[in-house]
Design a protein around this ligand. Structure first.
Ligand SMILES: [Fe+2]
Length: 125
């Protein structure tokens, strides 16, 4: 089973935080509590956000959505993460670039895609 990641977003400035070690305190930003992001899982996402996976030649190819997601500065997939039991790997996506990433393949894990407008999407394998 992959490590469980917790992401928080500021409702004011939209800063995104990954919680590495939970000390039991709430996170604040811009004077407000940050919101815990709940990822949409396999089958809950839509054709623009769900991470799609292909395993080939020892690599894991990730493409976000069966239809191209907008990649403008205002609305884009900003990162794709591949999480296993012991590792977290992140590929940052620049605006204007396609929402794709390539990781070294593993037997199982969770792949997350973060859209700065629509939130967090996850595919497990
Ligand atoms: Fe989106």
């Amino acid at each position: 089973m992959a490590k469980k990641l917790l992401f928080y977003r500021c409702p004011v400035c939209n800063s995104l935080v990954e919680l590495i070690d939970n000390g039991g305190h709430s996170l604040t930003c811009c004077g407000q509590s940050m919101e815990l992001l709940v990822s949409k899982k396999d089958g809950e996402g839509d054709e623009y956000h769900q991470p799609l996976l292909k395993h080939r030649n020892g690599l894991l190819y990730v493409e976000v959505g069966s239809k191209p997601h907008p990649q403008s500065a205002e609305h884009q997939i900003t990162c794709i993460l591949f999480v296993t039991k012991q590792t977290v790997r992140r590929s940052d996506i620049r605006s204007g670039s396609s929402a794709t990433a390539v990781f070294t393949d593993k037997d199982h894990g969770d792949v997350y895609a973060y859209c700065n407008v629509h939130g967090l999407f996850k595919t497990s394998f």
